[in-house]
Design a binder for this molecule. Sequence first.
Ligand code: SAH
Length: 469
Amino acid sequence: MLTLTTTHKPATDLGFLLHKNPARMHTAELSFGAAHLFYSETNEERCTAALMLEIDPIRLVRGQTTSGEGGLFGQYVNDRPYVASSFVSAAMAEFFGTAMGGRSKERPELADTEIPLEVHISVIAVRGGETFLQELFTPLGYEIETYRLPLQEKFPEWGDGHYFALTLRKTTRIKEFLNHLYVLIPVLDDGKHYFVGKAEIEKLLHRAGDWLPTHPLKDEITSRYLRRQKVLTREALARLAEDSGDTDPDETEIGHDIEERMVERVLSLHDIRLNQVVEELKKSGAERMLDLGCGEGRLIQLLLKEKQFQEVAGMDVSLSVLQRAERRLHFDTMSEKMKERVRLLHGSLVYRDRRLAGYDAAAIVEVIEHLDEARLAALERMVFEFAKPRTVIVTTPNSEYNVLFATLPSGTMRHKDHRFEWTRAQFSEWAARVAATHGYTVTTSGIGPEDETHGAPSQMGVFVRSTHG
Ligand code: SAH
């Protein structure tokens, strides 16, 4: 939880600055859980907005594109739900996008005025300790108050942890205040919950272009922000040096509004992937859709937003993920009309299943790599020989890209449950063979930002049936 307070009078103007009505509770469903914004205090003297995140550790593991520290155990048991991290920045972008852009419809002159602001973060992990904290915020003119939280009160001999309660105060414009936090919270924490690619450089330049170039810790901040990816860091530092001092906020305003939404929403590799699959399916003209190995139904959710898809059936072998899909899709409160459009099927893709016949298209997103060779052969027949929709879209990781994931030890795969991960050549070869065997043509392409040498992080094959039968 993080609270933002002002003592500017009338303090209730904070609601206008943040573009969030103090009388209401605001909730957003983000990829990692729910974020809530509410006001814990509203009067003329003092107004406090509280940002609270409810992070779902299971979702973190499922959405994961890189394996975290500490192996499988570390993936489920970690500090992420309890500390302020890049999730907070994502929630800030969601709730405070307008304020961070320096705009306020009702109080434009106040948005441009320096007012007393204070943020309190109840727990934040600080890599580099108190010294680093001081070195980060002092040059920016903050008054800092920290309290190092004991690792375990019962066992003082375990020493200190790296968790702090933190209060920062400064009289400044709301935009500047929020942008400092947005960039520096993940820097303190030294981690990011999502895939970091080139788009992240744009975000850094946008949020920090006017203060980072003169910050004494410019290099360290940039490196941490870009998850210590050397190539990206070098490029960002070069561009920070170029742009230094002359960014015109007005000129780029509109572009940034769009960028904000794009970057926050699309940044996770999985979101990029799902959006690309939806685009392909739209192009295919399909109306009746299958999502095979649908997991918790994220693709289904996107498909249902498009009128073109009159019917969507998701299938998965795991009952528990299907239950999660029911919740995500709000089965309990769904309208009759929607109920007719969507169906969840429990079943395995390696057995012939009559329920899957007669659909226009099938998506198989990040599923094949979970199957061993014999099962994959069975899936091929099941999909391309028996169900045989006109269009089939298959996605799978591109193993060549793994070397670029900073946290992935070399030679390992992205998920513990993956049976294989293919290079671009291996995938193309498989796709070509499957297509030729079953009377389809196929085109393969990359998903996500393309690296010159290693290609894109994920890959997709679009199969179109060329013969009838
Ligand atoms: N397509 C989803 C989920 C990918 S994870 C997404 O992109 O978010 C892989 C999914 O495949 C899991 O939900 C798993 O339960 C499912 N799966 C694995 N083997 C399967 C099989 N033999 N039949 C059906 N589903 C299977």
